[in-house]
Design a binder for this molecule. Sequence first.
Ligand code: AMP
Length: 420
Amino acid sequence: MTFKELNLIAPILEALEAEGYTQPTPVQEESIPIVLQGKDLLGCAQTGTGKTAAFAVPILQLLSKPPVDNSHKTIKALILTPTRELAIQIGDSFAAYGKHLRLKHLVIFGGVPQGAQVKALHAGIDILVATPGRLLDLIDQKYISLKDLQIFVLDEADRMLDMGFIHDVKKTIARLPVKRQTLFFSATMPPEIQKLADTILTKPEKVEVTPVSSTAEKIDQHILYVDKKDKKKLLAFILKDKSIERALVFTRTKHGADKVVKDLYKDGVRAEAIHGNKSQNARQRALNNFKTGEIRVLVATDIAARGIDIDLLSHVINFDLPEVPETYVHRIGRTGRAGAAGIAFSFCDEEEKDNLKAIQKLIGKQIPVVEGHPFPPSDSGLVKINLPKNKQVVKRPDAVHSGNAANKKRFNKSRPPKKW
Ligand code: AMP
C-alpha cells in the first residue's frame, strides 16, 4: 500500500515524501480512509505506531477541500492532548505534512505566559493543538471560540485519565458543537475511557493496532539482575560503550532521575534529565540536545517521557522496573520505532522481582537474562573477590572464571549475547 493509493492530494504526498515516509503504517492505512469519509473513529493505538499522521494527514486534506477559507478566522479542528511535549510534536507534524497547504495551526499549553498564544489566536488559525488546562483558561477568557469546530481529536485519552485531566476533557467536550466529526485515540481502554468514547462518538469505526500486551517483537529485551546499590555502576558501565548511540534511561521518580544524572557525571558520562519539576525551557533544551546528538543519554520519568518523539533511539534502559506492567511496554516502545531495531535493558533488584513477574505475564514471555556482567547480585552465586584497584574479578563457585576485563570486552557488542 502506498500513500497515493489512499487518495491523498499532491501537496500532502509531496510533504510525506520529504519526511522520508515511503508507505503508511497500519494505523494510517486503516484510519486515513475512515477520516476522509467524515466518519467518527475509535483508534486503539499507542505513540510510536504513526497515529499522529493517521489523524493529521486526513484532517489537513479535509480542511483544504474547496471552498477554502483563507481568512483563518474560525478554528475548524481541535486536537486535545495531555502533555506539552505531545502538543509540540503534533504541531510539528501539522507543520511538516501541511507545509504546501495554506492552513494555519497553533499549539497552546500551560506553564508559559499566555501573551504570545493570545496574539497568535487573534491573527487567526484553522487548527488548534492544545493541552486541557490552558485551553479551558483561554476559552473562559473568550480568546477561543469553538462554535465553528468541524473536527475534534482526543489524543491519548487513557493518559488524560491517568494524569487527572478527565474532568477538564469532559468540560471541553461540553463546549463543542454537537454536529462534528470526532476521532478518539487511546492506547488502552479502561472502563471509564470506554464510557467516554461511547458518549462522545457517533457510530465510530474501530481501528486497533499493537495491543499493549504484545511487545514489539523487533525489540531485543534483556534483564540484568543487580543489587540496588550497584545499579548506578552497572549503568555507567553499560553507557561507556560508545556503540550505544542514543539511550533513554527510565527512573521511577523525579528525584531518582536527577540522582542518576549526577552519578553518571561522576563516572564521566554526560546526561540530562527531563521531568515535571524542570521548567518547560529546561525540558525542551534537554530534548533538543538529545535529538541533535549533543548528549547521548536522557534520563526521564514515565510522564515526562510519554510521547517523546525521537527517531533512531537505539536503547531504552529501565533503571527501575515499573510497578504497572503496561508501563514497561510503553517504555520499551520508545525504541524500535517506525521499523527500526531497538534494544531494551532492564535492571532488576531483589525487591523488583514481583514487578518482573507481572511484566512477563503481561507480555506472555520470559525476558532473556544477561549473565556474567560485572555487577552480579549478591545472591546470584557469583562471588566478587576484592583485589587491588581495577583487578576485581567475579568468580563462580564452580571455578568458571569470568573476569571483569573479559566481561567488559564482551559487553562492547551492541547486540549482547545472553551470557557476557
Ligand atoms: P507517532 O505514533 O505518531 O508518535 O509516530 C511515531 C514515529 O513514526 C514518528 O517519529 C513519525 O515521524 C514516524 N512515522 C509516522 N508515520 C510514518 C511512516 N508512514 N513512515 C515512517 N515513519 C513514520
